[in-house]
Design a protein around this ligand. Structure first.
Ligand code: VG1
Ligand code: CO
Length: 542
């Protein structure tokens, strides 16, 4: 029987860069999650007989919301729900399941790399039938609906046992609890040269993978240790925990410091890697060398033909605007298009669907391809392993050869977290106002060539996205980008992206902070970060 519950709108249910992200306490308010999910169901394109996929990263509050979402899906006319066992599906696995089983969409419950637990973060994201994040037109429609919603619906049935694989029924709807890992692991086996990796592993190729007590643990155990034969213990922190062991499941040099230290030690394996809360990000560290995500994108694209799935070549490479231009140089060398999109994976969907790009990436440790419509942490790790296995080279060797051929993009991102929102907005407004006067001005040795606020017109569907970040381009090819994060749950986070290009004949083996010092000083002079925020140093440098 369908129960209709009267409700009133909540303010601020506007999806950000990647879904609706708030503190758990906010989501725990009566009707809060229900209003958002009902708004999704009210606007989503879902023909009669549709299937919905539901999965999450296993963080605190996951099960509660999944149980409710299943009851609501039954009341809203879905024919079938596919849910990962224990409520677990990594974000890329959810994308694959949506595509494989022809679902009309999916709910992914995650706040990604944000910490978890009763006082931390939760999130809900809706993905469409292509498996990718809902594009802005859809998220705008969802948001508009949250502002007028007056009821939500559910079928009160017997609770589904999320832990037991099998089929049950709620009202007229079928609920299938599926193996969270199998479909995804099978897909990886199709894409990559597993026999070559297995053979290399048997001959001593080694990897340390830090699952950060997040969703990729079970996936990494199955793929790396069982299917590829890497030694037991290859996967560190492989048991998903509701609070990620009290850590940030953010695979960067700050939060994966233990892995970094291992990789810089004499005992380092060939490859060190980590993934985030929901499994869509990746960190790549070779023995003695950190590979920036922007460089990883470029190096993967340059070597992708070594993996069976990409042996026929790439159709194009896409990167988010703040991501370094290293990938563009690879695209030019391959004679394929290079696309520049706003931040967030939702902007890659149309390019992938239209066959304009095969590999995409973001500076925030996201890389992926047209095999799904999300970034994919383990995919990147497996492509690296495939390349190492086939070439027999070290990560260091691949990096050095890459820089010698394409030049090197020194790169860093400085984050100023939990700034008062008003101060952050004033800073950005000041920056924008200063744009017309910037060209021609010099900051130390750097002269501004151009400055703008990035706006994007999707080359496939023509949709426009404005205010996607302030870019300051210098005559020497260096660049600073300023933008506010769209995933935080506390105040505002200012991201400052710094990039300096050195030609192949230039200085390729320097330390990044020293190479970026002039740009860091210029960023302060241009934006007045200290004056606006009182901060004299970033909270996180990645
Ligand atoms: C951040 C990253 C962006 C990424 C997004 C979601 O967004 O910068 O590149 O797509 O997180 O990643 P923002 O707006 O905070 O800069 V995840 O792994 O949270 O789904
Ligand atoms: Co993520």
């Amino acid at each position: 029987m369908i129960t209709t519950v009267a409700t009133t709108p909540f303010d601020g249910q506007k999806p950000g860069t990647s879904g609706l992200r708030k503190k758990v306490r906010v989501f725990q308010q009566p009707d809060y999650a229900e209003n958002f999910i009902q708004s999704v169901f009210d606007v989503a394109e879902r023909p009669a007989g549709s299937t919905l996929v539901i999965g999450g990263d296993g963080r605190f509050y996951n099960r509660t919301v999944i149980e409710r979402a299943i009851q609501m899906a039954a009341a809203n006319g879905y024919a079938r729900v596919l849910v990962g066992q224990g409520g677990i599906l990594s974000t890329p696995a959810a994308s694959h399941v949506i595509r494989k089983y022809g679902a009309s969409g999916g709910l992914i419950l995650s706040a990604s790399h944000n910490p978890g637990g009763p006082d931390e973060d939760f999130g809900i994201k809706y993905n469409i039938a292509n498996g990718g994040p809902a594009p802005e037109a859809v998220t705008e429609a969802i948001y508009a609906r949250t502002r007028t919603i007056d009821r939500w619906m559910m079928v009160e049935g017997e609770a589904v046992d999320l832990d037991r694989i099998g089929t049950s029924q709620i009202g007229a709807m079928v609920v299938e609890v599926i193996d969270s890992v199998a479909d995804y692991a099978d897909l990886m086996e199709e894409l990559f040269d597993f026999p070559a990796i297995r053979a290399a592993a048997a001959q001593g190729l080694s990897i340390a993978f830090d699952a950060m007590h997040a969703v990729t643990g079970p996936y990494a155990h199955e793929i790396l240790e069982r299917r590829l034969g890497f030694a037991a213990g290859t996967v560190h922190n492989g048991t998903p925990l509701e609070d990620f062991g009290g850590h940030h499941p953010d695979p960067n040099l700050v939060h994966a410091k233990v892995l970094y230290d291992l990789m810089m030690s004499p005992d380092a394996p060939a490859l060190g890697a980590a993934s985030d809360g929901d499994g869509d990000r990746n960190l790549i560290i070779g023995k003695g060398v950190f590979i920036t995500p922007s460089d990883s994108l470029a190096m993967l694209a340059a070597n992708a033909h070594l993996a069976p799935a990409y042996a026929g070549g790439l159709k194009g490479i896409a990167r988010s605007m703040p991501t370094s231009t290293a990938a563009d140089k690879v695209a030019a060398a391959l004679g394929i298009p290079a696309w520049e999109t706003p931040t967030g994976w939702k902007f890659f969907g149309t390019l992938l669907d239209a066959g304009k790009a095969t590999i995409c990436g973001e500076e925030s440790a996201g890389t992926g391809s047209d095999h799904v419509r999300e970034k994919d942490g383990l995919w990147a790790v497996l492509l690296w392993l495939n390349i190492l296995a086939v070439t027999g080279k070290s990560v260091m060797q691949i990096a050095k050869e890459h820089w010698a051929r394409f030049g090197r993009n020194y790169y860093a991102r400085h984050d100023y977290e939990a700034i008062e929102t008003a101060k952050a907005n004033t800073l950005m407004a000041g920056l924008e106002a200063s744009l017309p006067a910037l060209p021609g001005q010099s900051f130390g040795p750097l002269t501004v060539a151009a400055a703008d606020q990035f706006a994007y017109v999707d080359p496939v569907d023509g949709s426009e996205s404005r205010n996607q970040g302030v870019r300051v381009m210098f005559a020497c090819g260096s660049r600073i980008v300023f933008r506010l994060s769209g995933t935080g749950t506390e105040g505002a986070t200012l991201r400052v992206y710094l990039e300096r290009y050195e030609r192949p004949e230039g200085r390729l083996a320097e330390e990044t902070p020293a190479m970026l010092a002039d740009l860091i000083a210029a960023a302060e002079a241009i934006a007045g970060i200290a004056a606006h925020t009182g901060r004299t140093a970033p909270d996180v440098v990645t």
